[in-house]
Design a protein around this ligand. Structure first.
Ligand SMILES: [Zn+2]
Length: 161
């Protein structure tokens, strides 16, 4: 798996195998059913997408972002990225919200700096990349993402069940 070092926006597709109530920093406690979660974020700093995605894949230590709290209990199964110099994560979140079966489980998750309801949505069944990309095209004319399958070897099981 090679990750682009350029700046861009990404969607992290996670699989959670057990139901749990988890604390998400100061946002509070929420029930997270088993199934799939997709989180939208942007990597516009040094090291670009590669640096940020390695952080998500090799999560360890003190949580920094809301997604870090969920990542400890879930496996990254796929990553969808779009290279862009500007912050496109709200458009990604719009596209996720519009996918069939999308459910809001933690209002405000990942959306402290914008007006979105959340940057994380829950899905009982795993959404398909092609469907997301069609929604993204509608939410952000001209932007298309590409798909990176997550490598289970480079993506160890989370330390906490
Ligand atoms: Zn937003």
């Amino acid at each position: 798996m090679s990750l682009p070092a350029s700046r861009g926006t990404y969607a992290l597709v996670l699989r959670k195998d057990t139901e749990a109530a988890l604390q998400v920093g100061r946002l509070g406690y929420f029930a997270f059913p088993k199934g799939y979660y997709i989180y939208a974020g942007s990597a516009l700093g040094r090291g670009g997408l590669a640096a940020r995605l390695y952080h998500h894949l090799a999560f360890a230590g003190k949580p920094r972002w809301h997604i870090d709290y969920l990542r400890r209990h879930a496996l990254v199964v796929e990553i969808w990225v779009a290279e862009a110099q500007t912050r496109m994560e709200c458009r990604f979140a719009d596209a996720l919200a519009d996918l069939s079966g999308s459910t809001l489980v933690a209002p405000g998750f990942g959306a402290s700096d914008c007006n979105c309801r959340a940057h994380l949505y829950y899905f009982k069944r795993r959404p398909r990349f092609a469907t997301f990309n069609r929604q993204l095209h509608l939410a952000a004319a001209g932007i298309a993402a590409c798909r990176i399958p997550a490598d289970p070897v480079a993506n160890p099981q989370p330390p906490i069940k």
